[in-house]
Design a protein. Structure first.
Length: 131
């Protein structure tokens, strides 16, 4: 008859192992980082120069199709990158399952809402600037 000292701790670790999603998450985080490596300098340079022209000049700058598309891509990559990073922080440091679930849900909804607001703002300026 086996004694308790020869049993492995598998019973206590069931369901706590790898979720088999780490590699995909890592790759998505790196892809957004690489995209932002190119988009953020363009964004900063362009916005600084557009703001020098005042509100009307900045509106005309956003209304140009290439600038509008690059702005939306910048916001999309930034908010998705933020969501992925915050997901790791929440998963690593929040132990209570219900709190972790609520924060992950809030993180996703906040990123989607922020992107939607930014993208809709850019599209509104883009489509109405010529009127």
């Amino acid at each position: 008859m086996p004694s308790a000292e020869f049993q492995t701790p598998t019973k206590t670790t069931r369901g706590l192992g790898s979720a088999k999603e780490g590699t995909g998450h890592y790759i998505r985080q790196r892809v957004t980082a690489i995209a932002l490596l190119f988009l953020v300098p363009w964004f900063l340079f362009s916005v600084i120069h557009a703001c020098k022209a005042g509100f009307a000049g900045a509106s005309l700058w956003v209304a140009q199709p290439l600038n509008a598309v690059l702005l939306i891509l910048t916001f999309g990559a930034a908010f998705y990158h933020m969501r992925l990073g915050m997901q790791v922080v929440i998963e690593d440091y929040i132990n209570k399952t219900s709190t972790r679930f609520a924060l992950l849900l809030l993180n996703t909804f906040a990123a989607i809402a922020a992107f939607a607001a930014a993208a809709l703002s850019v599209m509104k300026i883009w489509f109405t600037a010529g009127l």
